[in-house]
Design a protein around this ligand. Structure first.
Ligand code: FES
Length: 155
């Protein structure tokens, strides 16, 4: 007679049957948990790449100013405003300004003042970024939107 300290042995066939049921139950629970999580996005939405850089009067005609912390050079001319990305198109280093335009410290690419490639290995010129005016009248740059080189925003 089996007591509390000596439980009745489970037959092998019963043990395998119970293990099968538990496995099936865990699989169903796992599937349900996955279905519950499915509507929630697994990635965070990308933060906006638009940023305000100030009023147009802060950038007098003829000036070229690096926007702090943004790796963008804002060029102001009579034609309007242009934002040139200072991210090298080779492998993404931040280019330095030079007398003739821009120079990449990583692999030696150089770019003219308009961002066009003078010497590789950069495969293409620096990106020109979209400039616009926000509702409050400040100039805005969208680093996620490239415009053709030579596109000037008239304020
Ligand atoms: S990252 Fe600029 S030349 Fe390679």
């Amino acid at each position: 007679m089996a007591g509390r300290l000596e439980p009745e042995p489970i037959a092998r066939r019963d043990f395998l049957g119970l293990a099968g049921w538990w496995t099936a139950a865990l699989a169903v629970l796992g599937s349900l948990a996955g279905m519950v999580r499915l509507p929630n996005p697994r990635v965070l939405p990308e933060t906006s790449r638009r940023f305000r850089i100030g009023r147009s009067r802060d950038y007098p005609v003829g000036s070229m100013q690096v926007v702090p912390d943004k790796n963008v050079l804002l060029v102001s001319r009579r034609e309007g405003f242009a934002a040139i990305s200072m991210v090298c198109t080779h492998l993404g280093c931040i280019v330095d300004r030079s007398e003739t335009g821009f120079a990449c410290p990583c692999h030696g690419s150089s770019f003219a003042k308009d961002g066009s490639v003078v010497a590789g290995p950069a495969p293409r010129g620096l990106r020109w970024l979209e400039v616009s005016r926000s509702i409050d009248g400040r100039l805005t740059v969208d680093s996620g939107r490239e415009v053709p080189a030579g596109t000037w925003f008239r304020a």
